[in-house]
Design a protein around this ligand. Sequence first.
Ligand SMILES: Cc1ncc(CO)c(N)n1
Length: 228
Amino acid sequence: MFTKRSRALTIPYWEGSFTHPFIVELQQGTLSPEAFRYYLIQDRYYLEHFSNIHLLIAEQIDNEAVKEMLMTGASHLAEGEIAIREGFFKELGITDEEIASTPIAPTAYNYVSHMYRQLLDGSVKSAVAGLLPCAWLYQEIGVELIKSGSPDSLYQRWIETYAGEEAAKDVAYQCDLLNGLYEEASEREKEQMIQAFVISSKMEYLFWEMSYTHQTWPEGDLSATSQY
Ligand SMILES: Cc1ncc(CO)c(N)n1
């Protein structure tokens, strides 16, 4: 079964996410506002492309149930998560200027590129598999963190986005569809699906790390341009 096999192969990354200081401190309410702000700005880029990839895959896939799930997924993102984030941006005074002047960090760029790439040298099936850790991991984090909640009201609202019944149902349905796709896949496609899921799981883990450490691109040799 796809979900069993892929989850078993990614335990360290999932555990690494559950226990990452970004998540632990978010729950405790001690996560620095700068780290959360950086996360939100990077994740805005991520969500925009994540939603776009849903539509690109939907155009290419011939499985009607998966196509439908992807189209609904894209509109749920727009009405739900992306809309909620807009509220966070307003509340924190994150302006379009700040967004435009914050470079996309390597990990956000790599994660998004990895998902698009499935449509070039993977397959439509592996493209769907690459999306799954996103909703699934956040839903598991939501369920865990909601148990004691966060004393910070903004962090609490972040947790609530992922902890509801709807999110759980959604993930269960996505897992069912992925298991179906895996059943009918060729051996090569099966490996590509697993690979796409594994890399996305690693990228999810790195995304916390990127936010927590304020990851940026290396600057190269700045002295090389100082004479101009
Ligand atoms: C990086 C990342 N993964 C998953 C989600 C959940 O949609 C998100 N908002 N961002």
